[in-house]
Design a protein around this ligand. Structure first.
Ligand SMILES: *[C@@H]1O[C@H](CO)[C@@H](O)[C@H](O)[C@H]1NC(C)=O
Ligand SMILES: *[C@@H]1O[C@H](CO)[C@@H](O)[C@H](O)[C@H]1NC(C)=O
Ligand SMILES: *[C@@H]1O[C@H](CO)[C@@H](O)[C@H](O)[C@H]1NC(C)=O
Ligand SMILES: *[C@@H]1O[C@H](CO)[C@@H](O)[C@H](O)[C@H]1NC(C)=O
Ligand SMILES: [Zn+2]
Length: 421
């Protein structure tokens, strides 16, 4: 009886194409920080072009607002808008003590990252898969006590531009897939963001860095091949946000809050400004209207919103961590507090509708169609796409598979059952 049942099951499995002797598909998610959608337009990028020919290229993708590194990366990992996952800023802060932690130190604050939404590493592991991460934002934190089973956290004062290290990291990750049979890995490169900030997105230095990224894309695909992963590994390459030029004194009338009539820092109990084009303010009790009225309309390129008035499309209001007044500036401008202290030639953090904030997107592998160009989509949709390819049940998220499934070779298979031949 038992024997008959097993035979029947085997037969059923072979008919239905279930995972008998079949390799589960793997996914490598790569982020090149600050790689704007159109960075391949003024640089020769043979490897990115080859990847588009062998796979899928989106015109661009739309990141969530606020367009800064940790929040947008956590959206890639969770498929949730920033107000829903809770990693609302690169910096942890406490409005009572006015303490702030910079980007790197915030990577290690578990309570900041683990705010009710599980990243895909943990979900994959809970469903029997093996996950890893190298330097991806969010890697250092634990989630409900769990971490990616293989992980490498970025060292402090890391040299983001070292191409030799990029190749070593690539080979390391390919080794994880081959030797430890990992199913899902995230890999992070801190460029061309650094170069874009320092020299501006229109500089020859940025174009040189894009060539380095392109060489690395070629190296990544070659390394996957050498590790025997061509038939099982899907490679998705994208970024967290774009970059736009900042104009300085003389070129524009700068935004400096302390110079605005009727506004005073004494009316605030906490503020986050001098952080590119975005700011958040916590007025002292009874001072909200005064602060708001002083700032609203004070500069033609400064946008001032009460939290509850934030445009719905930005999905940046419904979270206790977001402060009562939110500020952002138009491209070209940054928001200064007491006096200008920001000297970057390039910035991000602007409205996600601005074309300069849009990242690129490429994908190649057995799950993806070849030589396919697709229209833009929001980066919240990358999470359900990855879950689908991995054959795992996603957590609650803000994306939809229908936004990306036309990229896949088998778009008719149902979620959780996608196993390749
Ligand atoms: C902020 O600091 C206060 C005072 O130490 C503490 O009571 C509170 O729990 C802290 N809040 C957060 C979110 O860390
Ligand atoms: C998220 O963080 C806030 C404080 O910043 C806290 O009040 C809340 O309980 C946290 N939620 C979860 C689910 O961790
Ligand atoms: C670049 O990385 C390689 C390999 O990790 C290392 O040997 C070399 O010293 C690094 N060079 C610089 C300039 O950081
Ligand atoms: C995908 O499906 C959702 C829910 O059914 C719908 O709201 C959304 O408009 C669809 N998106 C696309 C791109 O078809
Ligand atoms: Zn970034």
């Amino acid at each position: 009886m038992l024997w008959t049942a097993s035979l029947c099951l085997l037969w059923a499995l072979s008919i239905l194409g279930a995972p008998v002797n079949k390799q589960r598909q793997k996914v490598l998610l790569i982020s090149f920080d600050g790689f704007r959608w159109d960075y391949d337009r003024d640089v020769d990028t043979p490897n990115l072009d080859k990847m588009a020919k062998d796979g899928v290229k989106a015109l661009y993708v739309t990141p969530p607002y606020l367009t800064i590194t940790s929040p947008t990366h956590f959206t890639l990992l969770t498929g949730r808008y920033i107000e829903n996952h809770g990693v609302i800023h690169n910096m942890w802060f406490n409005t009572t003590t006015t303490e702030k932690k910079p980007y790197y130190q915030t990577q290690f604050v578990n309570e900041w990252w683990d705010n009710g939404t599980l990243p895909i590493w943990i979900t994959a592991q809970r469903q029997g898969l093996k996950a890893g991460s190298l330097h991806f934002p969010g890697t250092a934190s634990s989630y409900q006590g769990q971490v990616a089973m293989v992980r490498e956290v970025e060292p402090l004062l890391y040299n983001y531009k070292n191409e030799t290290a990029w190749r070593e990291n690539t080979d390391k990750v390919m080794g994880w897939f081959r030797d430890q049979d990992l199913d899902f890995v995230t890999l992070y490169f801190g460029e061309p963001d650094g170069t874009g900030h320092r020299y501006g997105p229109d500089s020859p230095e940025r174009r040189e860095m894009v060539k380095q990224v392109d060489r690395t894309v070629g190296y990544i695909r070659q390394s996957a091949k050498q590790h025997g992963l061509t038939n099982s590994l899907n490679i998705i390459i994208t970024a967290d946000h774009g970059m736009t030029s900042v104009y300085r004194n003389g070129q524009v009338e700068e935004i400096t809050l302390s110079k605005i009539p009727g506004f005073s820092f004494r009316d605030l109990s906490f503020h986050l400004v001098d952080f590119g084009p975005s700011g958040m303010l916590l007025p002292k009790p009874g001072k909200l209207e005064k602060v708001y009225n002083a700032l609203k309309g004070s500069h033609p390129h400064l946008h001032v919103y009460k939290k509850e008035e934030m445009p719905e499309r930005l999905h940046f209001a419904k979270n206790d961590r977001i402060l009562p007044i939110i500020l952002w500036s138009d491209p070209g401008y940054v928001i200064n507090g007491y006096f200008p202290v920001q000297f970057h030639k390039g910035e991000h953090g602007f409205d996600n509708q601005e074309m300069d904030m849009k990242p690129f997107f490429r994908a190649v592998g057995p799950a993806f169609q070849k030589n396919l160009k697709v229209g833009p989509f929001e980066t919240v949709n990358i999470y359900p796409l990855m879950c689908h390819i991995l054959g795992i049940q996603p957590e609650v998220n803000d994306g939809h598979l229908n936004a990306t499934k036309h990229m896949l070779v088998t778009s008719t298979t149902t979620q959780g059952e996608f196993i390749s031949d």
